[in-house]
Design a protein around this ligand. Structure first.
Ligand code: GLN
Length: 312
């Protein structure tokens, strides 16, 4: 199957949307992220062995919230659907990703979904419970397998930087702990969560993750299942309903691509025909999503009818 776009066309779309980056700002609440080059822009599109890559696809950046997709997959593989969703919900949140507001309303406390910080902290707790090997090692191992890139690893500098500026996530953890939602200690859960967010990849790695998720969890070369198909289906569904936080609704209308964003400026897109899209552009819009990256996906989707709702 031919890719929907080739390198030169992709580069021309990137040129058109690049000015959007100027309207956003690079995340500063984690100081290490502030060092990112606001003009960096890379996009990779993979489908099986077919690849189109343009711009700064070699630049490495941390997953940040894109990690929530893979940590959910791992928790589902470890514990099964019933247990995971007894502790974290399935509903979109109209609030920002670090909001504590909705948690206060639920009795007993249950984060609305695994794509917001409160939900991902509970997922991190589930990953580390009673396992002899560390959750972060298993997480990195799975990403290395999916990306076929043994160099993927945790960026210690970003992890330390986030740990020193994590009072909001720490507050979420204490709230969860006080309602007996966390089984492990607050600092342990926070450390696990931060380590997962600090895994470093490039846009090509992201495209490969999207490609595997879109191909029912199968390795593009060998066809071997890296993630069970029911898990891939579930996490890509969350990417549609919750992946772009409180902009998930408008992004579903404007692009219709299952997608997950991270505050590093990362975007992971995944289509059911096994096309994966990885974008990196650090300046963020007011929802915490890459400004130019979001616009790029919207433009590509509308011109190449990529929406999963388009009935192609
Ligand atoms: N590590 C970041 C945080 O917890 C991830 C947030 C994001 O990418 N939206 O704040």
């Amino acid at each position: 199957m031919a890719l929907f776009v080739q390198k030169d066309t992709l580069a021309s779309y990137m040129k058109v949307v690049q000015p959007e980056a100027g309207k956003g700002s690079v995340a500063s609440y984690i100081p290490a992220l502030q060092q990112a080059d606001p003009d960096a822009f890379g996009c990779a599109v993979h489908q099986g062995k077919e690849k189109a890559e343009a711009g700064d696809t070699g630049i490495r950046f941390t997953l940040q919230s894109v990690a929530k997709v893979i940590s959910l997959a791992l928790a589902l593989m470890d514990r099964g659907r019933e247990e995971v969703f007894s502790r974290v919900g399935m509903e979109p949140s109209g609030n920002p990703f670090h909001s504590i507001q909705a948690l206060e309303k639920e009795k007993p406390a249950k984060p609305l979904n695994p794509m917001i910080n409160a939900g991902a902290l509970v997922v991190a707790d589930m990953l580390q419970e009673k396992r002899p090997d560390t959750a972060a090692d298993r997480f990195v191992g799975l990403i290395q397998q999916i990306t076929a890139n043994p160099d993927v690893d945790i960026c210690a500098e970003t992890a330390v930087s986030e740990r020193n500026h994590s009072n909001l996530n720490r507050a979420l953890c204490y709230f969860l702990k006080s309602h007996n939602v966390l089984e492990n200690e607050v600092e342990e859960v926070l450390n696990t969560y931060i380590n997962l967010c600090s895994v470093k990849v490039n846009s090509c790695d992201l495209a490969r993750i999207g490609s595997v998720l879109g191909a029912d969890g199968r390795d593009p070369e060998t066809g071997e299942y890296l993630i069970p198909s029911w898990t891939a289906e579930m996490v890509t569904t969350f990417m549609v309903t919750c992946g772009m936080y409180d902009a998930s609704g408008s992004f579903a209308i404007n692009a219709g691509i299952p997608c997950k964003s991270g505050v590093s400026g990362a975007l992971l897109g995944s289509l059911p025909d096994g096309t994966g899209i990885g974008v990196y552009s650090p300046p963020l819009d007011s929802h915490g999503n890459s400004a130019a990256g979001t616009r790029l996906l919207e433009r590509l989707s509308s011109d190449f009818q990529l929406s999963i709702f388009s009935g192609r």
